[in-house]
Structure formats: structure tokens, C-alpha cells
Design a protein around this ligand. Sequence first.
Ligand code: IVH
Length: 705
Amino acid sequence: MYTKEIEITLTQLAKDLLSHLQQQQLLQSIDETLDALRRVISYNDWRYYVQSEPVISDYEYDQLFAWLKKLEGEHPELITADSPTQRVAQGLTKEFITVPHLVPMLSLENSYNADDLLDWDRKARESTGLPEIEYCIEPKFDGASISLIYEDDRLSRGATRGDGVAGEDITTNIKQIRSIPLSASFSKYGIHQIEIRGEVLINKNTFKAFNDKRIADNQPPLANPRNAASGSLRMVDPNEVAKRGLEAFLYHMSYHNMNRGQTEPDALKTHSGTLDLLSTLGFRSPAKEKKVVKGIDKVIDYVLQFETERDNLPYEIDGMVIKVNDYDLQDRLGMTTHHPRWAIAYKFKARQATSKLRSVEFQVGRTGSITPVAKIDPVPIGGVTVGSISLFNEEVIKEKDLKLGDTVLVERAGDVIPYIVKSVADLRDGSETDIVFPTNCPVCHDKLVKPEGESVWRCTNINCEAQVVERMIHFVSKDAMDIKSFGESNVRKFFLLGLLKDIPGIYELDFEKIGALEGFGKKSLTNLQAAIEQSKTQPLHRLIFGLGIRYVGETTAKTLANAVHHIMDLQNWTEEQILALEDIGPKVAGSIRLFFANNDNIEMLNKLAALGINMENTKRSTSEASGNLNGQTFLFTGTLHKLKRSDAEEMVEKEGGKIVSGVSSKLNYLVVGDDAGSKLEKAKKINTIKILSEDEFLQLLAVNS
Ligand code: IVH
């Protein structure tokens, strides 16, 4: 679709449009301007979402998009169905209507080893009488399958798989996936109507960021990217779907018919040709990932090699799909009632296993939250032995109807923490018992409370031993005071032995007694002593984060540290003053206020000050005077290549800029790395935010320094 010449023309056209916009001038006419804007925006959607190689900055893209919207607002009669503005939906979906697929969506037969593949190939050769067959191999994407229909080049319908015969019409939600073109030039190849299939995915980074946010909001994380993708496709609010950062791979043509008098293009004689054609037409297909080989031995080599790459991919795959490449041959092989004989899935090593749920422990977190943790008979899953699995909260136990003694299905997808998919109720023999959630704290025995609107039970006794220990573990941890060689096990050990009872106690340890303990040689003792001593000069934000104030993460800790000269200043701050700080909402402000209003906490801080721990914002006076990014707010999202995220943040702070935690109108710059997700989407909607690539960020620093 985009030849080199067209690409150059469209890039030039983008520049022309931008300069016309600056001078507030149309091109020759309104029609020409609208057409140019649509073509340039669609091209840049493709560069960004399909190729992952943008050619204009996000800021420029947003300007062009806003201009198109404005012009269409002034001339609604000129809006076209495939205008990029038409992805944006109005209102909620009332119901998803069931629609029949043009061709039933069959599933694939599974294979698990080389023998299965040899067997499958042998049958195919026997039935066709061919000595060797050409295969196309591609990833088996682990997402939600969809079917798209294009008629006269326009996307006319998007549907879920449903029962294979009919699915649900989710066209509005499908349009939120920016890598799916609203129109594609099928007619250039004579195609009138086409049904294509593919998989909707959420990439691992986007999924992780999404779950981190859910956990921070006390909501149980979604199980895996697959569930997240299929759940997202059925959300009633298309604008929410847009925020999920969904991606799509299209990998199968199930039906097509040609315009009258047109002959089929050669590309449509093979599966690999179809993938290439889809890619040419602007779709994201596995055109690059696929491999065409002759003979099953090469298939086996490729699938085994690909399995080793599995964890390096940005999205989840659960195997490979091997397809007979030639469509005529596919037709000759035909299908059984369940699956085609011309394709087979090769499933990678299972990341699921069953085990017995033996007990549930209730752990008390640093803020008193009670987390049920399932103890199962240890099972190996994807190379790791799993014995403990967080159940997050009481609701999860109820929803999954878990009982002690149940056989449970456990999954550990890629980088995702293990979770219980379900209990296998059919295997119950009546000896299973209910899981009883405690009414009192398992450690201090105080009554547990569940504040309204929250799903987590809490122990509110801040002197509860479990909380005290967890707070100390947090205080010494890497992201807080970073006391090397201290760690969780030493905190627990010293606490049990009565050598450590609270945070100030970390600086009053009796090293003679510790030296007498087993496993503490002279060297480790000196190291520990030095690390504790060193931590006294840590910057203020690390101390604030280390205090473990509820809802105060690293970014908020930095905001607070930057706002004061001395930590005790916060004692006199009102909730309103705290609220006025960047990115701090009422929940966080209330929690900070509560912390500094508590005498025990003030006493602890006084003790720490007396022990020589840095309580001051040493950067404030210097950076404010000299910083070139003074008062500017920054946020980083996605994977950076040249810089470590923490180093980049430090560079901003050195120049007097601030790091904020979320996208809001108070944000000045969003620096975007690879696989950026919802933050980028959100930022694009706020005109005042400047969106920078990593290189643009470095340039900005260079210019400013
Ligand atoms: S081909 C008639 N190719 O796996 C064959 N399927 O059990 C149509 N899947 O429902 C499917 N990646 O959701 C095909 N590269 C791929 C695939 C793929 C994932 C899913 C698809 C299908 C299931 C098969």
C-alpha cells in the first residue's frame, strides 16, 4: 500500500499541512485539506501502530488530528466513514448483537512434540501423494480471536469468535484498535468482500502497567493478558477500550469474493502470500515472523528455535501454527468436523498445572492489609516450582469458589505472577472444607476492619508486630533507604531475637551481639555496618518513601521531598497545601496528613534525626536556582533504549524539573519509549502535553544545559 515514493510524499504532505496549519491556511480547498489530513493521519497510524516506527512526533500528530476534527466539526457534511476521527465512539454499547460468521471459525488440532508433527505430516503426504509439503509457520498468538469483514475497502464488521458459527458484533470496539485500518485497498487486487481472522492482544508491558495500577488501587489484578484482551473487547464503553492499548495480528483469510470480471491475484494462491498482502495493505500480520519451509524437519527446527525466543517477545504466544502453504493443497486436504487437516497448532510447554490446595495463610502487609495466600503442593510450571499463590482478597476466594482440599488449576504465564485459574469442582469427593476468612488479625489478634468501598480487610493496629516488621523490611529495601546486605531475612532474624524492634533501632543495632550470631563473619558485619552508616545520607525522598506512608509511592515521595526544606515542615502542612502539589489527590493527601498528625510517627522521625539521618532536601536550594527545567513536569513511559529510567528521571530533577506519576493537564512532557501504552493514549488527548521520543528528550536537555 505504501511504496517508498508514497511514503516520501506523505511525509512531505505532513510537513506541508503543519506549515499551513501554522499559518492558519487550508491547502487549495477544504476537500483537499480534509483528504490530505486523513491520508497523513492514517499513514502515521500505520507507522506508529503497525510498524512501530513513527515519522512525525506525537505532538505534530496531535496537531494534525485536532485540525481534522476542527474542520470536520465545521463541515459535518464532509465527514467520511473511514475518517480517523470516526474511531472515536459516542456513548455506551447497549448490547452486543449476535452475528453469523461468513465461514465457521474452526479451531486447530494440537500437537505437543516432534512425533505429533511427524505423524501429521505423514498423513498429509499420504493423502496428497506428495513426497514433501511446503509449510508456513507462524506464532500462535495467545489472545482473543476476532473476525473482520471488509466490503468495498471499508471495515464493515468486527466480531468475536463466539461459538465458532456466530459471534458478537463488536465493530465499535474493534475500531478503537489503531493498528486495524478502517479502510484498506482490497479493490486494487479486485477483492470486493473479504473476511479475515486474527487475534487481539495486550502486550506484556501494557498489561503489567495495567495490573500494577489495579494492585495500587486495591483491585485484584487481571489473570493474564489473554483474559485482559478478551474482557476489553466486550466492554460497553468504547473509550475505555481505547485506553487498554489493544493490538491485533491478522493471520487468516477465511472468505473472499472478487469484483465482477476480476481475477484473483497470485498473492492469494498461498497462505504466506496472503500474509504479505495483508501486510502490504496496512494490516499487522505475522509477515515478518512467518517462515516458509519445505518438509516437516525444518518445521520442527523452527518451532523449537522459536520456543527459546518466547519470553523475549513483547506479547504472549502459546505455541506455533503450521499451515500447508498452498491453498489448492489445503482444499485437497479438507477438514474434519472440528478442525482443518491443513493446519496444526504446536503447543509450547504448558504453563498450567493442577495441584492440591492444602491451606490458606493470611499475611499482614505493611499497611495492615490482609492477603490470603494459597499453599499448594509444589508443582513445576514453565521451569519454576510454584507452592504459594496470592489470592489477593476474600472476593477472589468467593468468585473462584475455592475450598481446602480442592484440585486447582494453576497458571504462570510469561512474566506474570502465578495465579489459580479455577478449582476443578468435578474432582471433589466431599472431604473439601470452606476457607474461613479470619475476623481477627492472625498476628496481633485485633479485630479486622473492611472500610466501605474497599475489598481488603485490614488490621488497624499500627503497632501490630507483622506491620512493624514489614515496615522495616520496606525501609531497608532497594528503592527506599537501600541498606545493602540488610534485607528481609536479617530484619526478621534480628526482630525475632529481640535485637531490633522499630525503624530507629536499625541505627542502634548491637553489632557485638550480631557478630556472635551464626553466619555473621567479620566481613559481613563490617559491610552491614558501613551500609547502615551510608544510608544516613540518602536523599530525603528515599526516607519519605521508606516510611511506608499509605499511597505514597516513589513519585509522590519525590514530590513531597521537593516541596520542603526539612521533613518536619510537613507537620505543619494542611491537607489543602498537600493537595495543591503536583499529582496528589485527596486520598493521598489525607493519608500524608494522617501520618504527620500522629505523635508516634513524629517521635520516630525525631529519633531518626537525632541518630543523624538526613532529614533535609539538600537539592532544593541549588536546583531551584540553576535548573533549566525549573517547574516543568515530566513523565516517562515505555522502554527507553539509551537511558535507564531512573537515570533519565535524575537528569530531569538535576535541572529542576519534576517527575509526576500520572498523565493530567499538569503534565508538561511525556517521554515515550517502546511499547508505550495507556499513558500515551491519555496524553494524546491533552493538547498541552508535549510528547517526546527519547532522542527528543536528550535534545531538550542538551539545548537547555
Ligand atoms: S489459524 C481454521 N493462526 O488459535 C484455522 N489461529 O485453536 C484458523 N490462533 O481460534 C485459525 N494464533 O484464535 C490461526 N497464527 C494463528 C493463530 C491462531 C492464534 C488461535 C485462534 C484459534 C485458535 C485455534
